[in-house]
Design a protein around this ligand. Sequence first.
Ligand SMILES: C[S@@+](CC[C@H](N)C(=O)[O-])C[C@H]1O[C@@H](n2cnc3c(N)ncnc32)[C@H](O)[C@@H]1O
Length: 189
Amino acid sequence: MVVVNAVQMAHNFIISRLQAANLVVDATAGNGKDTLFLVKNTPATTTILAFDVQPQAIAKTELLLQQHQFLHKTRLILDSHANIANYIDQPVDVAMFNLGYLPGGDHTLSTCPDITIEAISQTLQLLAVGGLLTVAAYPGYEHGKRECQAVHQYLTGLRQQTFTVGSWAMVNQTNSPPVLYVIEKRRSE
Ligand SMILES: C[S@@+](CC[C@H](N)C(=O)[O-])C[C@H]1O[C@@H](n2cnc3c(N)ncnc32)[C@H](O)[C@@H]1O
């Protein structure tokens, strides 16, 4: 199967960059599936920081990593990704933002446009030259649509001398399919 969903596409875009990564961020740990992908596809010495505001999400991610014996590579942080800069003092090689709400959880505890933009902005400043940041956005429901529009507006305004920004989405699906944004830092700001 060549055609995949937005999150799988994010994984495809970052997998080769992960092989030389020292520091990786999962900005929305959720059920831990992305965090597990990141720990599995990085060298043994890589550190993965995974953020979530929900204790339930951090607990699920911790359990999943324990089951796969990867917890030692990961720092789980129960805090908003808006505070990301408080936790990081070295370049970030890869960062993933998988927006929306916890699958199977409370839909009102979704990511929020203003906070998401603040977190993306901070992470782009921390990103290494040659580093990648992905954002999977979900415009298929009202709140998600507003968030996707905010992300689109913010990312399309980034200076092209500093960042390369692309996007990917299915074009023949009903109900506003997810949109993936991929940003590469070309040079220091
Ligand atoms: C779509 S889920 C993430 C899916 C996850 N990456 C996975 O593989 O299962 C979005 C997550 O973002 C979290 N979230 C919402 N606001 C947040 C914030 N300000 N900082 C960090 N995480 C947040 C939610 O609690 C939810 O778990």
